[in-house]
Design a protein around this ligand. Sequence first.
Ligand code: COA
Length: 177
Amino acid sequence: MKTPILETERLVLRSFKEEDATDVFECWESDPDVAKYMFWTSHNDIEKTREWIAFELGQIEKPDWYRFAIVLKDTNILIGTALIYYEEEVQCWEIGYNLGKKYWGKGYTTEAMKRVIEFATKELKLSQIVGRYAKENPASGNVMAKLGFIFEKDIPYECNNGTVMRQGIQCRLMIER
Ligand SMILES: CC(C)(COP(=O)(O)OP(=O)(O)OC[C@H]1O[C@@H](n2cnc3c(N)ncnc32)[C@H](O)[C@@H]1OP(=O)(O)O)[C@@H](O)C(=O)NCCC(=O)NCCS
């Protein structure tokens, strides 16, 4: 299924477009604080952001990858990204997300991911989803707890293209059908 457009009270979730490159770069891709607990490394060159968007454009029709730009409904400002995709490493669907720093702490990620999970439940008919995060990143742990994810096990957690290893937690959402 093609990545759809989803809506919540305050947000629109849509695919990325080539024209988003500057906003993505300025809002979060160039910020090492946002990248700290992510698999990727912050971009010091907007060309890398353009390459990332080109990759995402190629994924839009894929049945195992749903990447969303998170946009504020009122102002049309791009604030972050949400992802649900099939991860071979854990043999399960997994979620990922990040926002630009100035949008942290306003409930946006929880609101966006609830809608993504609703989509995954109704349209993709998933029965479980995995989440992984660094122990030192309670913000992400709290998002997953609010979404209903339950602790499964301690794991090694790879950040910044494998250049940093941290202690992590794997949790799982069981979806009642
Ligand atoms: C993790 C991240 C996406 C959270 O987004 P957010 O929109 O600020 O999260 P929410 O506002 O939906 O908050 C969800 C819960 O976490 C709590 N929370 C948010 N930031 C927190 C922090 N720094 N420390 C502890 N708890 C925090 C909130 O209080 C909220 O719980 P509450 O409603 O009971 O108060 C954001 O901090 C971010 O982009 N971080 C960098 C990228 C990242 O780490 N991504 C996840 C990798 S696994």
